[in-house]
Design a protein around this ligand. Sequence first.
Ligand code: SF4
Ligand code: SF4
Length: 343
Amino acid sequence: MAARKITVVVSQAPGKNPNKRQLEEEIATQLILSGTAEVSLIPHLYDLPEDHHGMLWLRSISGDIVVCSWLYPRATRWVLDRNDIRGHEGVSLLKSDEDDDDSEEAVGESPQGIGSVNVPNRKIYVLDLRQHTEAAVYIREIERIANEATVPLVSLGSLGLTNGFAAPKPAPALAITSPFVATNGTTVPVIAETEARRRWYPVIDYSRCTNCMECLDFCLFGVYGVDGMDRILVEEQDNCKRGCPACSRVCPANAIIFPEHKTPAIAGAATSAVGDFKIDLSKLFGAPSALEIAAQERDVELVADGREAVGMQVGIPKRQTEKPAQPRDALDDLMDGLDSLDF
Ligand code: SF4
Ligand code: SF4
């Protein structure tokens, strides 16, 4: 039986790195030549405004979808969710050379968060283009996904309002610019090729977020808010200070992702242990704690804005000031484990 055509969207890397462009175009070309998928290229997903044609295009796709991007899959998934592009997680079998047993365990952990809302009956598969340099690896995985994709199509028009955005719109009249011509003469839509301006903002992983509101208390720049269901929300994303990841250090659930940050745990790597371990090591060696670093980073931005530094006096999570009353957590267990190592 012929494989069902699945929709593949390639989110291009920011900038003009020729190797990255080549990989993106090889994937698109080979998929078209094989007839496996409908393919389109969009600018870097994280930078796209909600009304960008690339985002409108993504929102208009109603069936299973594969998104290839230059971000950690968890970051891509929650950037999509933030933009009302939702579906059940399609499992990718792609592994990078760096994958180890720990990361597999982390992926398999049960989510403890409040979860997403209004998730339609379809799957979204996310492939990380940083994992491999050969297009053939991605083609094989997409072909496998196309063969497994059996979920019936659903209409996004039946979905409700979420996260403060308008309801999903019908397919837009696409602004297709400079279509990329594959070697068989077929064109691949490049949706609004003009690059969106670079952005920097937090993305919430609701599979981990417990809605504790500590980020709302901590951020003094009006980035966070609550939606109509009293769920935490990144409301004014462009108020965030470029390069600053302060609130990700404050979040007790490691649920705040800055997809472009150089630290994997902050950028959306699957493991949650990295962030905890970072906090412990800093305490172990007398360095500032993660909360102190966060307060310092926030102070830098306050002063840059002509405001007073507040240090640890404002919005520091209760778990810090009331720590003796808190139940044991993973941090306590890890500290005990380190103590027992006797070094
Ligand atoms: S601090 Fe983290 S867990 Fe708490 S509401 Fe914010 S994102 Fe969610
Ligand atoms: S990084 Fe700073 S400015 Fe940006 S959301 Fe977090 S606390 Fe607010």
